[in-house]
Write a protein that binds this ligand. Structure first.
Ligand code: FAD
Ligand code: FES
Length: 295
């Protein structure tokens, strides 16, 4: 849909932009993402840029807020948008975070702007009676997003920075084992850079608790057509398939993602030259039960 930009603001190292998009706001669930056309009608930037959603509000029939870092030409253009500009936004896209049926203890881990998408999730979990604890980290203080809000919403919030400028010096994965043990966590949810998700998954496997990760694989179309976003994920049947992060994810069970092979087609993946024959249906790759660590 074409939405009007309502507000733009700086939040430390990030830009936050709110756009009026009632249809998207109405259907959006925590973990969904949107794809934004950038550069205007005459732009050579043909592919949309994908963004998680930080906040959904009822203002003006429904607004969504994106939080983003400037990385290249698309995000630079977006950072120059002002109130009353229009944006072409597609969404909600992808599969949202699965929510537990019972009120369980959840640790939410965010790296960089990845924490922006965790507050809607925290709200949904708390409405189900779940306990929510946050672990949020980044390289330095100005890149930690949402520390105050996490402190307000979470039972506990642990902050880390690699340079020690806020919270504990180190990475989220350094403090995560202590938090999981202290709060007797039943499940971990994580959003952030791939390396963080890989580390968080390793910790959750150590504690033998499920972990849901939202991966940020580079995307072009955002809705399943171009195959830019494929990554190797182990299905319930133990077979690795190259699945599309945009439609089969971006949320996956962490232990099913072959992080060490992301960016490659593993020789044993279905469809790879010389691989065992198997259905290439990705339906079993997502959030359900099934074997762990099948390689
Ligand atoms: C599901 C999803 C959710 C996302 N949510 C957010 C968000 O909430 N906030 C935010 O700031 N960004 C988010 N991103 C990343 C965002 O899409 C990219 O930063 C953006 O597309 C970069 O566009 P650009 O034209 O500015 O830079 P480009 O010129 O496209 O890229 C600049 C550099 O960044 C690298 N890059 C581009 N996209 C990615 C990516 N997805 N992962 C890793 N490296 C990449 C490129 O390889 C290049 O080196 C998300 C991506 C996905 C797939
Ligand atoms: S981004 Fe095009 S198929 Fe996923």
């Amino acid at each position: 849909m074409t939405g009007t930009v309502l507000t733009t603001r700086r939040v430390d190292a990030y830009h936050a932009l709110t756009v009026v998009a009632p249809g998207i706001a109405e259907h959006l669930r925590p973990g969904h993402f949107v794809a934004v056309a950038v550069g205007g009608p005459r732009s050579s930037m043909l592919t949309r840029r994908s963004f998680s959603v930080h906040d959904v509000k009822p203002d003006y029939g429904g607004t969504v807020e994106l939080v983003f870092a400037v990385r290249g030409p698309g995000t630079s253009w977006l950072a120059e948008r002002r109130a009353r500009d229009t944006l072409d936004v597609v969404g909600p896209l992808g599969r949202p975070f699965p929510l537990p049926r019972d009120p369980v203890n959840c640790v939410l881990v965010g790296g960089d702007y990845g924490s922006a998408t965790l507050f809607g999730l925290a709200d949904a979990l708390q409405r189900r009676g779940c306990r929510v604890d946050f672990v949020i980290g980044a390289e330095s203080a100005e890149r930690v997003f949402g520390a105050l809000r996490a402190r307000r919403m979470g039972e506990t919030t642990t902050l880390t920075t690699e340079d020690g400028s806020l919270g504990m010096r180190g990475k989220v994965t350094d403090v995560l084992p202590g938090v999981i043990a202290d709060v007797r966590a039943d499940v971990v949810y994580a959003c952030g850079p791939m390396e963080t998700l890989r580390g968080v998954t390793a910790v959750a496997i150590e504690f033998d608790i499920p972990v849901q990760v939202s991966v940020e694989e580079a995307m072009a179309c955002g809705f399943g057509v171009c195959m830019t976003c494929v990554l190797p994920v182990i299905g319930e049947d133990g077979i690795t398939r190259m699945v599309r992060a945009c439609v089969d994810g971006p949320v996956f069970r962490g232990e099913r993602v072959r992080f060490e092979d992301v960016g490659t087609i593993p020789f044993d993946a279905a469809g790879a030259p010389g691989a065992p024959s198997a259905s290439t249906s990705p339906a079993s790759a997502g959030g359900g039960g099934g074997p762990r660590n099948v390689s």
